[in-house]
Ligand binder design. Structure first.
Ligand code: SAM
Length: 275
């Protein structure tokens, strides 16, 4: 008998993967967690029926949410990740030698536990001595810590449940205050095909608060529409004015110096969303 998993990405479209087995399933206080062995993408972490990350294509999302902001800041030392319990962003952060500390604030401790147990290639840096892992609400954490971080990454689920507040203007104001005077942040901001209104709203909200606001894109096979956006708010540094000579070489599979720039070249329909 063949077993297939389908994520209903919208009311009318989904992604379907043939599965070998379900390795783990549990409903926590926050969400339903599933870890599925798929034939095409390897192990897949699914929260509330939504694909979060897979062994085979996770590098794209994790490199792009991390290296674009960390190479935009000339000397990122103190980094905060909100969400990101799978550990993929933290794995990329510790590749930067300037980083002294990465704090990961994930609301659901089970996501961290499941990732450590079933996704070792993604979660491998969660035990790194530079990494502090806290299980608490990222919104409350950000409000409590002012003028502290060089770079903040919002590696969140879709704006549902505990993640709704991570897409609000109030939260972006708190992020601004939590950053140092030359700090910057990046949030994952969903699909330009399926989340047009969200992208427009988030961009305008961030633009009111941060002097430099820019959206960039990448291609992720397992995310809705395969086309994904990130939005950066920066107090001082422009991601398109980085000094390439100062960029160190790190081991990546998607991110390159060329991609750093080209990711900000937007198709017309995406540009129109930002007007
Ligand atoms: N790469 C993923 C994606 O875009 O599909 C996101 C990965 S990560 C697993 C998202 C995490 O954000 C989840 O583990 C979820 O528990 C966490 N999260 C949601 N709301 C949160 C909040 N308010 N504070 C901290 N973590 C939160």
């Amino acid at each position: 008998m063949e077993m297939w998993f389908t994520e209903k990405q919208t009311e009318n479209v989904g992604i379907t993967c043939k599965t070998e087995k379900t390795l783990y399933m549990e409903t926590t206080q926050y969400q339903e967690i599933a870890l599925i062995q798929t034939l095409q993408f390897g192990r897949m972490l699914v929260l509330d029926g939504t694909v979060q990350t897979t062994e085979n294509d996770e590098f794209i999302y994790h490199e792009m949410i991390t290296h674009v902001p960390l190479f935009t800041h000339p000397f990122p030392k103190n980094i905060l990740v909100v969400g990101g319990g799978d550990g993929g962003a933290v794995r990329e952060i510790v590749k930067h030698p300037s980083v002294q500390k990465a704090t990961l604030v994930e609301i659901d401790g089970k996501v961290i536990e499941v990732s450590k147990n079933f996704l070792p290639t993604i979660s491998c840096a969660l035990e790194n001595p530079k990494v502090e892992v806290l299980v608490e609400d990222g919104i409350q954490y950000v409000k409590k810590h002012k003028n502290k971080f060089d770079v903040i990454l919002i590696d969140s689920t879709d704006p549902i449940g505990a993640a709704v507040g991570l897409f609000s203007k109030e939260f972006y104001k708190a992020i601004y205050e939590s950053l140092k005077e030359d700090g910057l942040f990046v949030a994952q901001t969903e699909s330009p095909f399926f989340n047009k209104e969200l992208i427009s709203k988030v961009y305008q909200d961030i633009k009111i608060i941060f002097p430099i606001t820019k959206l960039y894109l990448c291609a992720i096979p397992t995310y809705p529409s395969g086309f994904w956006s990130f939005t950066m708010g920066s107090k001082k540094y422009d991601p398109l004015k980085i000094d390439e000579n100062k960029m160190i070489n790190i081991d990546t599979k998607y991110y390159t110096r060329e991609i750093h720039k080209s990711a900000f070249s937007l198709p017309k329909f995406v540009k129109d969303l930002l007007k």
